[in-house]
Design a protein around this ligand. Structure first.
Ligand code: BES
Ligand code: ZN
Ligand code: MN
Length: 509
């Protein structure tokens, strides 16, 4: 989608398929609408058809506005909406535009929003690009973004260079964030027959090559030779062998202050020998939502080129029952040397992530965030509303939570009591992979945390938030690409110690 900023002159004079006018409840109540709109909109408010309520949209045929075929009225409610409200408002505008078969849309930016600059531009851009996304249909041809190809943010008052630069920067950042999210959604929505560990690896290589980033894919032989017994075991039951994928993004002179981002890449999770029941199993195409998210992050970093260092690791496997599959009771040796007693082959994510954390540290990761569709238990706690977090470093988590308030992607911390760790004790190995039903989201997280070897680490359980059963907010039904934007807000905030400031300080410059 092409998104542009311009200012000066009447919006009505710009030729487009549709003009969107954002109207607040206050403007209608106080009769303070610009004169050219008063006569059209006030009767609608009196009739209760359009009152300016947040997210309300109403279509006017443009009548005597010759440059557009329709006008989309969009309610902004009382006062200035919060960021997530604004994002959803923009998503609703894009959906209304698509229903009207609009391809070129002008959005008239109210003067009160102008001063919000880059942040507002990013938020509106994200809402438009995220809100117009739909899962691919395998028979009908669908145009990208429902045919909405270009949007102009127009401010009627002439603005200066500072405002223009800030809006243009916000648009570029919003496009990078939202298109990376849509890349993650596309990968997650792919069915299991079209996305296997090797095609996921090919998709990762494609992203890396597009930005000239070094990447490496280990095949099943190399995985075995390296001693990645966890990934090997989980992948053994499938005819599609496992892959370990790594991409390096280096934005400063020295490879230091490296953040590891690790994403669970189970391309389909049947449960293995501990087979899942049939209803809803089709949703397990989304069990690589964490992998898709971290790949989306790398794509946006490649575009925006911030001065930070990140290594991405994806352990990719298909969890299948077969004569070759790993079994309950098996004891496996992970890359870290830790032995794992397998009690349930459906608790496979933590096993592959253990090896991936160790591998990320081999690549220099000093701090790690893992993203995984890890447990049904997190759905019992947080539903499909919030992502669950487990950490060994409270200040680190606070920085990430601040980033999530900017992105609007909700994260809720789970309590980490030492008793939960006790539940993972095994009589025959260093740790066991399942600890019963109770506290399942926390014990699963803590299993992964063992492999962080004391380095700052956060686990994000997106089992509830990665794949929705119906449209909500900026998300369509299906994959959400959740955590792409939160991770980017975290990584791109220089006060989080990921950026050049921190790098410079540690080398004494
Ligand atoms: N991929 C699933 C978790 C999941 C459940 C993701 C629902 C999305 C929606 C994971 O591998 C799994 O099967 N977890 C088990 C763990 C249990 C066997 C300890 C679970 O949550 O039931
Ligand atoms: Zn799984
Ligand atoms: Mn499973």
């Amino acid at each position: 989608m092409l998104i542009e900023w311009n200012s000066g002159g009447s919006s009505a004079a710009i030729t487009s398929d549709a003009l969107c006018v954002i109207v607040s409840e206050a403007e209608l109540e106080h009769g303070s609408l610009p004169v050219e709109w008063k006569a059209r909109i006030e009767p609608l408010a009196k009739a209760g058809l359009f009152t300016g309520k947040l997210n309300q949209t109403y279509i006017l045929t443009a009548g005597d506005l010759p440059n557009h075929s329709v006008v989309i009225l969009a309610g902004s409610g009382k006062g200035i909406p919060e960021a997530e409200e604004m994002r959803v408002l923009a998503a609703q505008v894009s959906r209304a535009a698509i229903r009207q078969k609009v391809s070129v849309l002008v959005i008239q930016i109210p003067e009160v929003l102008m001063s919000h600059g880059a942040g507002m531009a990013q938020t509106l851009t994200e809402g438009l690009v995220l809100g117009s996304y739909r899962r691919k249909h395998y028979k009908q041809e669908q145009p990208l973004y429902g045919g909405l190809t270009s949007v102009v943010f127009h401010m009627e008052q002439q603005t200066g260079e500072a405002v223009n630069n800030s809006w243009n920067q916000g648009i570029q950042r919003g496009l990078a964030f939202a298109e990376a999210t849509n890349l993650a959604r596309d990968l997650t929505n792919l069915p299991g027959n079209l996305l296997t560990p090797s095609t996921l690896a090919a998709a990762a290589i494609e992203v890396a090559e597009r930005h000239g980033l070094p990447a490496e894919v280990l095949d099943e032989r190399e995985i075995e030779q390296k001693g990645m017994g966890g990934l090997l075991a989980v992948g053994k039951g499938s005819v599609h062998p496992p892959r370990m994928i790594a991409i390096r993004y280096q934005g400063t002179g020295d490879w230091e202050n490296v953040v590891g981002i690790v994403g669970k890449g189970i391309t389909f999770d049947t449960g293995g020998i501990s087979l899942k029941r049939a209803p809803g199993m089709e949703d397990m195409i989304s069990d690589m939502g964490g992998a898709a998210a971290v790949l989306g992050v790398i794509d946006a970093l490649g575009r925006l080129r911030p001065r930070i260092n990140v290594v991405m690791v994806i352990p990719a496997a298909e969890n299948m029952p077969s004569a070759a599959a790993f079994k309950p009771g098996d004891v496996i040796t992970s890359l870290s040397g830790r032995t794992v007693e397998v009690l349930n082959t459906d608790a496979e994510g933590r096993i592959v992530l253990g090896d991936a954390l160790t591998y990320a540290m081999e690549w220099g990761a000093e701090r790690i965030i893992d993203v995984a569709t890890l447990t049904g238990a997190v759905l019992s706690i947080l539903g499909d509303i919030a992502t669950g977090a487990v950490t060994n470093d409270e200040p680190f988590l606070q920085e990430l939570l601040a980033a999530s308030r900017l992105s609007g992607e909700k994260i809720w911390p789970l309590p980490v009591y030492p008793e939960f760790r006790e539940m993972l004790r095994s009589e025959v190995a260093d740790i066991r992979n399942a600890a019963g039903r109770f506290g399942g989201a926390t014990t699963a997280g803590l299993f992964i945390g063992e492999f962080a070897e004391g380095r700052p680490w956060i686990h994000l359980d997106i089992a509830g938030t990665a794949f929705l059963s119906k449209e909500r907010g900026v998300n369509a039904k299906g994959a959400t690409g959740v955590m792409v934007r939160t991770l980017l807000e975290y990584l791109l905030n220089p006060s989080n110690g990921t950026g050049s400031e921190h790098a410079a300080a540690s080398t004494g410059n």
